[in-house]
Write a protein of this length. Structure first.
Length: 385
């Protein structure tokens, strides 16, 4: 996929209209996610090898960009931009971000029809501008982008690309590589989770509601998400067509340090905790990722003793799910299968969720206890519980 020729045909599979959302900010989907990383070339190799991404585009010294190097990788509708600062004046924000946070998500870019209007609508409702609408052009046409700040150092960039035919963005060239491992079946970004500090969940839920017109899809309190030791609370915010979902997590009081507190300690502030990516065949996807070295959280075998009674009949073999540690949950619209990787970085911060929806619109509430016990086991090994 060397060009974004199919951009107008994005289909996120489970579009659903949420009437509580004030959709003054039409969002067509997630355009890309940009991660600031210590070594973009090596990070790109990891995402290609371990997760089956393909080379798409490159920006750096050879394209006239002096302050950073970026590699863009793609798998179906998912685009990741991996960016590393170069020694240059004027890019202290990149260096400071890496020193403070380590590798992590900086930009959650949203695809829109009108990036100027998106910036105007959000800033007049109280968003802090990251940058004003800016036109970028080359021989392939023009792109208009704008940006706003959100939780921590994370930003949203609005991308208007209807008049652009290049490989990715201006100042990027096609990245031709002889090394493109086969994909693992990842389709699109299902949701992205933000971790915020004590007492900030409602602040940021209000931000997404009032500034971006999102609705509160579901709320989980510490009774829903807790174990004997730790707890957290979460509000899931969604835009009007349901293509963009942002669960916002904050810690809740428990006997020991929760995963949210651990994340905030090591990330040194609020940020994107995990990226949930959808697949049509989770058994295949997880099998392939394991072959390529990806490590997943361990789910106790006792979890599967009762899960069949809870979720009822499913198409998949429970023995196969148990073999891979894939969890199952059901809501009134169907069921879902999900699994979580261990952190992708040395700091216990960013990780990925693999999810397959068989009608379910929920987020695996019935799996929370088993999942959190698995995370706590990892925290105990790290000495951070």
């Amino acid at each position: 996929m060397s060009e974004l020729k199919n951009i107008d045909n994005f289909n996120y599979g489970l579009d659903k209209i949420f009437p509580d959302a004030d959709d003054f900010l039409p969002l067509l989907g997630t355009d890309y996610v940009e991660l600031y990383v210590g070594n973009a070339k090596q990070a790109a190799l990891f995402y290609k090898t371990a997760l089956g991404f393909q080379s798409l585009a490159y920006s750096g010294l050879e394209t006239g960009v002096k302050d950073r190097t970026s590699y863009v990788v793609v798998q179906d509708k998912i685009r990741l931009v991996l960016t590393t600062p170069m020694p240059s004046e004027g890019n202290n924000d990149l260096n400071e971000h890496l020193v403070k946070h380590g590798d992590g998500v900086k930009v959650i870019a949203l695809w829109v029809d009108d990036a100027t209007k998106a910036w105007q609508e959000t800033t007049k409702r109280g968003a802090k501008s990251y940058f004003e609408p800016t036109k970028e052009s080359d021989e392939n046409g023009e792109v208009i982008r704008s940006g706003i700040h959100t939780y921590g150092d994370t930003v949203h960039v609005f991308v208007e690309r209807k008049n652009y035919k290049g490989p990715f963005l201006p100042n990027y060239e096609t990245w031709d590589s002889h090394y493109n491992p086969s994909t693992v079946g990842l389709k699109y970004i299902d949701h992205m989770v933000g971790n915020v500090d004590w007492g900030e969940m409602n602040i940021w839920a209000k931000f997404y509601n009032e500034v971006m017109g999102f609705a509160n899809l579901i709320t989980f309190d510490d009774k829903d998400i807790s174990t004997d030791y730790t707890a957290l609370m979460s509000k899931v915010m969604t835009n009007g067509n349901g293509r963009i979902k942002f669960p916002i997590n904050e810690p809740a009081k428990g006997k020991k340090k929760s995963q949210i507190e651990e994340y905030i300690d090591f990330y040194q502030g609020a940020g994107c905790q995990h990226i949930a990516v959808a697949t049509d065949d989770i058994v295949f996807t997880v099998s392939e990722m394991k072959k390529r070295g990806v490590e997943f959280l361990y789910v106790p075998g006792t979890y599967y003793d009762t899960v069949g009674e809870r979720v009822g009949e499913i198409a998949e073999s429970m023995d196969v799910l148990k073999e891979h540690g894939i969890m199952v949950d059901r809501d009134e619209e169907g069921y879902l299968l999900q699994i979580f990787t261990k952190p992708f970085t040395d700091r216990p911060t960013l990780f990925f969720e693999i999810i397959q929806r068989k009608g379910a619109q929920s987020f695996g509430k019935g799996n929370f206890k088993a999942l959190f016990e698995s995370i706590e086991a990892e925290q105990a090994r790290r000495g951070t519980l």
